[in-house]
Design a protein around this ligand. Structure first.
Ligand code: TEU
Length: 595
């Protein structure tokens, strides 16, 4: 599993009367989450204020290096994205999250930033960005930028100055410390036992100033010192720069790792070794410290000072939903959309597991708005993860139906709408993502899920006229936009129909979630219920035909038949008798139910 399960803290969770979400470092708190029982279910349509746009948006993640190459460089660029806006509009996308496209040495493909207020020349210019924002706005699509606050590149001028001497004004912008000597060795040791999530010590020695600096990720990504108020203001100015240029919000990278225990206490070592051969470790003193909430509130005040409900999407992870929910903020004044990797990390087709996870989110005492995703640029594409090698297309449609009919905001990853699969490197020599070189063969890196978007069946999948920076997946001849646009039964056309049904259906946008047949081990089914009507969703997560019977009277619905809105199997029909439904293997059914 590629996602790092970062160490956890517990936090007391409030509900309606907002008890502070007293997230504390594990060292300081042993308390169990105080989750009150009662909860107010904010049924969307009863609220007077219109819902913020991001509650009902479909967000689409673009890895700019791999989406569209308008300049035949073999890499994607902003002009490429602009050239595909009509495609994205037609798909039904409301916002695009672009992973970092700022100037960077590209050690971590943009997550090591050397200039926060510009566009990397390989991706274009600020004028190209302004054009993208303007053209996207014409199509009612917003641009969400990726804000990497935890660290910069080691080539950023801030770090170059900080590194230059022991006492320059920027020395304290990063985490510098003397090493330790030990009785057994005269060689200076790092200040503590912390490890990078990308392998080996999280400290790099600088022979010039004879100190170590801290990096939670690659050595080329030195951590900023967020206890330094000047650092905070510098980063808030970065946010203002992009908000001024029209960004509708930010995806906050690795946001929980901003702070470190001031005493730099060692982390507990856990049994076993990780993919890099290092002892497993609990990041309890350098992840999820309580101070992160101060920064999130400060940053939210910045984004809220702009019109248009600018959104913060947090890459938060966490131990469980209680902890993840802390990221909403005790007064709903921090992150609006904390990404739910618990959902994405259910790596098997299991009605009970998905039912439980969705139920937890839907009865989440924090009353925050859920956000769901299956894939992103850090983990294997879900076409592979849930596919069985034989029914992958129908399973892809099944999972799309789940993702796009839940109460919450869905995030799509580029290419999932055409059933793109991974194309993992076959040897260490092919690897471009450094963690794949450090961890090979146990950790092959993330190249496989970052391959060029497949536009046509032509050479390089129509992505570029020159050799792309990564090899396209073998599936491109059949799984590409051009071929699938012409095929009514393609995954692409299923996504388009599904997003259209979602957009046009009040119950799917605003309705509450009501689980059905909760003991069924094969079929995950639920209602999306609103005063304007209800929709039933039935998803057969098994490889065999299953008969299901729905008794909706207990749910206040007299309808026995459903008017079919969409199904992922042939001959679904226009109406289905809900007291006698047979779903084929991996069958998905979405239908309207009269009151
Ligand atoms: O990832 C943060 C994070 O959780 C990583 O530990 C992630 O699990 C890792 O990619 C292992 O597969 C964010 C970005 O999504 C990732 O692409 C960056 O490499 C990382 O931060 C550093 O900026």
């Amino acid at each position: 599993m590629k996602r790092i399960v970062l160490a956890a803290i517990v936090c007391a969770l409030a509900v309606v009367s907002v008890i502070p979400c007293k997230a504390e470092s594990l060292a300081a708190s042993r308390m169990k989450p105080q989750v009150k029982v009662s909860r107010v279910h904010q049924v969307q349509e009863e609220k007077t204020k219109p819902d913020p746009w991001w509650q009902h948006a479909v967000i689409y993640e673009i890895y700019p290096r791999s989406f569209a190459d308008a300049k035949n460089t073999g890499m994607g660029n902003l002009k490429g994205i602009t050239s595909k806006l009509d495609y994205l509009k037609d798909l039904g996308v409301d916002a695009i999250w672009i992973t970092p496209c700022y100037p960077s040495p590209q050690v971590d493909f943009g997550y090591d930033i050397s200039d926060y207020q510009n566009i990397a020349p390989e991706y274009g210019t600020l004028a190209d960005f302004d054009e993208l924002v303007a053209e996207a706005k014409k199509r009612k699509i917003g641009i969400i930028m990726d804000l990497v606050m935890n660290h910069t590149s080691d080539k950023h001028p801030w770090f170059v100055v900080s590194k230059s001497s022991l006492n320059n004004p920027k020395r304290d912008w990063y985490i510098w410390r003397d090493g330790k000597t030990t009785t057994s060795s005269t060689k200076l040791q790092p200040p503590n036992n912390w490890q990078s999530v990308f392998g080996h010590s999280a400290w790099k020695y600088d022979p010039d100033t004879k100190q170590f600096y801290y990096h939670f990720f690659y050595p080329e990504q030195p951590d900023l010192n967020w206890r330094n108020k000047v650092v905070r203001e510098a980063m808030y100015n970065v946010a203002r720069f992009w908000l001024d240029r029209g960004a509708v919000g930010f995806r906050l990278d690795a946001i929980t790792t901003l702070f470190e225990d001031p005493k730099l206490k060692d982390n507990p070592v856990l049994p076993g070794k990780n993919a890099y051969g290092d002892p497993n470790m609990q990041h309890k003193n350098n992840d999820r410290l309580v101070e992160v909430h101060d920064v999130l509130r400060e940053l939210r005040r910045v984004t809220d000072s702009y019109p248009g409900e600018r959104v913060l999407v947090g890459e938060c992870a966490g131990k469980d939903i209680v902890e993840l929910s802390c990221m909403y903020g005790k007064n709903a004044d921090e992150v609006q959309l904390p990404m739910n990797f618990f959902f994405a990390d259910i790596n098997k087709l299991s009605a009970p597991l998905f039912r439980k996870e969705i139920g937890r989110w839907d009865t989440n005492p924090a009353c925050g708005w859920p956000v769901y995703l299956f894939s992103n640029h850090d983990q294997v594409r879900h076409y592979i993860r849930y596919g069985n090698g034989k029914d992958n297309d129908r399973i892809a449609k099944l999972m799309a139906t789940l993702l796009l009919t839940l109460r919450g905001t869905p995030i799509l990853y580029y290419g999932e709408e055409i059933g793109m699969e991974n194309n993992d490197p076959k040897s260490i020599e092919e690897v471009q993502d450094p963690i794949g070189k450090i961890g090979w063969p146990k950790e092959k890196g993330r190249d496989g899920e970052r391959t060029p978007m497949q536009w046509t069946a032509d050479a390089n999948a129509g992505f570029s006229e020159v050799k792309p920076w990564l090899p396209v997946a073998a599936s491109y001849k059949q799984y590409n936009v051009a071929v699938e646009e012409k095929d009514p039964s393609s995954i692409l056309n299923y996504y388009k129909q599904l997003i259209k049904v979602r957009r046009e259906n009040h119950a799917l946008l605003h309705g509450e979630y009501v689980a059905l047949n909760e003991t069924d081990s094969n079929v995950l089914s639920y209602l999306r219920k609103s005063k304007n009507g209800s929709v039933i969703v039935a998803l057969n997560m098994s490889g065999k035909p299953v008969k299901v019977r729905f008794d909706l009277k207990a749910r206040g619905l007299s309808g026995r038949h459903t008017k079919v809105l969409l199904g992922n199997y042939p001959n679904v029909g226009e109406s289905v008798d809900l007291t006698n439904v047979t779903l084929p293997p991996y069958g998905a059914l979405v239908g309207e139910v009269k009151m």
